[in-house]
Design a protein around this ligand. Structure first.
Ligand code: FAD
Length: 538
């Protein structure tokens, strides 16, 4: 198989254009080209009137060796790498013990799945409910019902990314192609095939719900066990080795191999870990607001006359600005054609995030606009001080929002000129339960307000209309990543508790669905190779 890269074709090319481009590039006859598979498709939209699609293609030809020789100096003609996933171990017939995975977000899901596929019959413990029940609780809260602190946008089957845009890209280095394993398992569970090849794949909320259910069924078929409403409240540690844990129900489970994939919002669990002496340290994260504009404005600005082309879909953006006060503001978790959601998991607190459906057809584009903060400058002195800061900001947003889970919001124009907002403009807020127009300078520290005030006009120079007066800011955004790192060594185990495998976003080793899934696979491999009686395949 040969891999051709950087094959550029016009946006609206016809169905024969790919084959024609291959024949021209390699100077071969049609009968020599045996098969073509699109490995990746991206696009270059720098010239809006002439957007180019850029393909990476895997092809079969009948004279591969000769062609490789002819194109030996061409960086864009190479043998296709083997990206298939290979299991590192096989469980013994008689398991001496079963590994436990805490948390069924993308990290726990992939750790559990890969352990199950290797025959280790993991026990997966999830504090929240199964995904259909959880959906009722989460959407109920968004429609004005009570917040259930154990079943919400952060907690429950599928983890934090379940009600999301389902963006599936990441900047982590992935030399072993674990990302392909994540994608192919998602496709097997019902994700659209295109996630295997488009450069910025996304799934959207409702598809994710069905996929998570299917993956659960696979784990159970392979002998795994999944328990919902099973919050882990205590760990048992003897001579620096984990031996088991206790659930909120009081039940005790024993295992010397425990994956800790609890996500970035399990503040009570973080406290328990700290109290038990597990080594944790504070890490940087970010704070800010969600910004909303009309999606049509973003499409127009990014794609010009090609706005609305179905191959391009709804446009996204990624922005960064370094401010005069030595802070950096950036856009994060941009959701094209989506909605701003209430992402609280604790009573009396307001937090925002974003989601969308696969179609990305909602009227507004939204994104977090956040300022980086770090322990040395902003929350020194205690490993858990970042959590305290998050809680304080979320409680302030709750208060300013009206103490009913409405989020405080302000028009961009008013925010920039220092005026309390009184009336909405053309951009209608998508956040439910609802918003309270106010003065947002009350809810973040002064340095963050100054930085965001400087960044928005700077972003307007890249996306015309970004600082438009009737765009909307809603707050607060505090959970961009974990405020702590649960340190692990090269063996993926906690640096001071053997057998405990901190993993995923909560432990500081992932920052999104894909990277959390990848980390889950890596940790599953480490657990498998450390289990008694295991047959290593590497
Ligand atoms: P989580 O997904 O947080 O899962 C942790 C699980 O552990 C939870 O289900 C929780 O209930 C459980 N748990 C916690 N404590 C305990 C305990 N003591 N006992 C038992 N169980 C416990 N990322 C993207 O890449 N693309 C996106 O489009 C995207 N959009 C997002 C939209 C929203 C609204 C949110 C909230 C997040 C979004 N993210 C997105 C981020 C992404 O969801 C996370 O990075 C990812 O889910 C992290 O995976 P994880 O498995 O490490 O943790």
């Amino acid at each position: 198989m040969l891999r051709l890269t950087e094959i550029k074709l016009p946006l609206n090319h016809d169905e024969h254009a790919i084959n024609a481009a291959i024949l021209t590039k390699l100077n071969i006859k049609p009968e020599q080209l045996l098969s073509v598979n699109v490995f990746k498709r991206g696009f270059d939209a720098r010239k809006k009137s002439d957007i180019q699609l850029i393909y990476t293609l895997d092809i079969e030809v009948d004279n591969e060796a000769a062609l490789l020789k002819t194109f030996a100096k061409d960086q864009h003609v190479k043998p296709s790498p083997d990206t298939s996933y290979k299991f590192v171990a096989k469980a013994p017939e008689q398991l001496a013990e079963r590994p436990i995975v805490i948390g069924l977000g993308p990290c726990g899901l992939f750790a559990g799945l890969v352990l199950a596929q290797m025959g280790f019959k993991p026990i997966i413990l999830e504090r929240g409910k199964e995904v259909r029940e959880r959906t009722k609780d989460t959407f109920g809260f968004w429609r004005g019902k009570e917040l259930n602190p154990e079943s919400n946008v952060q907690y429950g089957e599928g983890g934090a990314g379940t009600f999301s845009d389902g963006k599936l890209y990441s900047q982590v280095k992935d030399p072993k192609h674990y990302g392909r394993k994540v994608m192919s398992e998602f496709v097997a569970a019902g994700a659209p095939d295109e996630i295997m090849y488009v450069s910025k794949p996304h799934i959207g909320t409702f598809k994710l719900v069905a996929m998570v259910e299917k993956m659960r069924a696979t784990i159970i078929e392979l002998g795994g066990e999944i328990r919902f409403s099973s919050r882990v409240d205590d760990l048992h540690i003897e001579d620096g080795q984990i031996t088991g844990l206790t659930l909120a129900t009081g039940e005790r489970l024993n295992s010397r191999h425990v994956v800790l994939a609890v996500g970035h919002s399990a503040r009570d669990t973080f406290q328990m870990l700290y109290d038990k002496g597990v080594y944790v340290e504070a890490k940087p994260f970010s704070i800010g607001f969600r910004i909303e504009h009309e999606q049509s404005m973003i499409d127009e600005c990014r794609f010009g006359p090609n706005a609305g082309n179905p191959i391009l879909g709804a446009a996204d953006y990624k922005l960064v600005h370094h401010c005069a006060n030595d802070r950096t503001v950036y856009s994060f978790c941009m959701c094209p054609g989506g909605t701003v959601v209430a992402a609280a998991s604790e009573q009396g607190r307001v937090v925002t995030n974003g989601m969308s459906q696969y179609s990305r057809h909602e009227r507004n584009a939204n994104s977090a606009i956040v300022v980086g903060i770090d322990p040395q400058r902003d929350y020194p002195g205690h490993p858990l001080a970042g959590i305290e800061l998050q809680r304080n900001l979320e409680a302030l947003a709750f208060k300013v929002g009206g103490e009913n889970y409405h989020a405080p919001a302000q028009l961009i124009g008013d925010f920039l000129t220092g005026k309390t907002s009184a009336e909405l403009g053309d951009v209608k807020p998508s956040y439910t339960p609802g918003i309270t127009l106010t003065d947002l300078t009350q809810v973040l520290p002064d340095f963050a307000i100054a930085a965001i005030r400087e960044a928005i006009p700077a972003f307007d120079r890249q996306i015309k209309g970004f600082a438009k007066a009737d765009g909307l800011l809603t707050g607060v955004e505090t959970r961009t990543s974990s405020p702590i790192c649960i340190k692990r060594g090269a063996d993926y185990q906690s640096i001071n508790i053997k057998g405990l495998y901190p993993a995923g976003e909560g432990a500081g080793y992932a920052g999104g669905i894909l990277s959390a899934g990848i980390d889950g696979i890596k940790v599953a491999e480490a657990v498998a190779l450390a289990m008694p009686g295991v047959q290593s395949l590497v």
